[in-house]
Design a protein around this ligand. Structure first.
Ligand code: ATP
Ligand code: MG
Length: 180
């Protein structure tokens, strides 16, 4: 899976719609302290289904919604979308575009869409787990993460390896099948 575009509206400091094309060759995002670099990475994790407000540096999930400044009122919703190329047949290399949208309304929680269809948070998590990526992908290394890997218990480290190997989605499905 290759993420081609990230769009944000009302997400943290990105109050106005922002559209980022992620082209090959992009190696870094630079800017002064507090300009929103980390917020971008958080938006990526959030749209892929992050459920921990704490890991988004907030007390509650509503904290991802633009909170207002001295000159601009707060927003009532935040929306992030990503567009990705997804290989659906490894043999032929055939693929399709995948658009995932997550929207949160103040006090009302999150809703997800995949290619325009309303889906559950779980469907989004599965779509990314199958592509060996997602909100907890080892490819997204946030501050403090290296130390966490070193200090991780064996079971936690195994979970990271399974995510990297792309088999995390199978565990979710097995648990699901066992619960039926
Ligand atoms: P650094 O170089 O210090 O790591 P950065 O570019 O990573 O900075 P971020 O941490 O992404 O910066 O952005 C922080 C900014 O986002 C702060 O100015 C903070 O006030 C703003 N911010 C965070 N959440 C919200 C919110 N809900 N509403 C409005 N602004 C927000
Ligand atoms: Mg930062």
């Amino acid at each position: 899976m290759r993420i081609k575009r990230l769009r944000l509206t009302g997400f943290k400091s990105f109050v106005d719609p922002a559209d980022l094309r992620i082209e090959s060759g992009l190696t870094g995002v630079v800017g002064p302290n507090g300009c929103g670099k980390s917020n971008l990475l958080e938006a990526l994790r959030w749209v892929m289904g992050e459920t921990s407000a704490k890991s988004m540096r907030g007390a509650g999930m509503d904290d991802v919604i633009f909170a207002g400044t001295a000159t601009r009122p707060q927003r009532d919703f935040a929306e992030v979308s990503i567009l990705a190329d997804q290989v659906i047949d490894v043999g032929t290399g055939q693929g399709e575009e995948l658009e995932v949208v997550r929207r949160i309304e103040r006090g009302a929680g999150s809703a997800y869409r995949i290619n325009g269809r309303d889906v559950r948070a779980k469907d989004v998590a599965l779509a990314f787990a199958d592509a060996a990526t997602g909100a907890h992908s080892p490819a997204l290394v946030s501050q403090g993460r290296i130390g966490a890997i070193i200090a991780a218990k064996p079971a936690e480290r195994r979970a990271m390896l399974e995510e990297a190997a792309g088999i995390a989605g199978l565990h979710v499905r097995r648990k699901d099948a066992e619960a039926r």
